[in-house]
Design a protein. Structure first.
Length: 96
C-alpha cells in the first residue's frame, strides 16, 4: 500500500518502466496511472515516424509541390487516426 501523497511519484516511476517495455506503435500510446478513480500520472509512448514526403521525393527525384506534400501528410494523419481506433496494443509479459 502506497500513501496517497507518494502515489504520483511512485506511479510515475512505474510508468517510466512500462514506457520502455511497450514497443513503439504507428500511433502514440497514452498510459495512465489511476488511484481511486483519479489520474495521478500519465505517460506517452511516442509513435514510430515514417517520412512519407521524403519517400516521394526520393522516388521521383525532385522536391515536388507543397500542396502535394500537404495532401500526403493529411492522408497519413487520417490513416493513423483510423488505425488508433481499431488497433490493440500488445503489452509484453515482462511488464507484469
Amino acid at each position: 500500500a502506497v500513501e496517497t501523497e507518494k502515489a504520483p511519484e511512485v506511479s510515475r516511476r512505474y510508468l517510466e518502466k512500462l514506457e520502455k517495455l511497450i514497443p513503439a506503435q504507428m500511433f502514440d500510446v497514452a498510459i495512465q496511472a489511476v488511484v481511486g478513480g483519479k489520474v495521478v500520472a500519465k505517460a506517452r509512448v511516442k509513435p514510430m515516424r515514417k517520412d512519407v514526403v521524403a519517400q516521394k521525393i526520393l522516388s521521383h527525384g525532385h522536391s515536388g509541390d507543397p500542396t502535394r506534400k500537404a495532401k500526403l501528410l493529411e492522408k497519413q494523419k487520417e490513416g493513423k487516426r483510423k488505425l488508433r481506433e481499431i488497433a490493440k496494443v500488445q503489452v509484453p509479459p515482462e511488464a507484469f
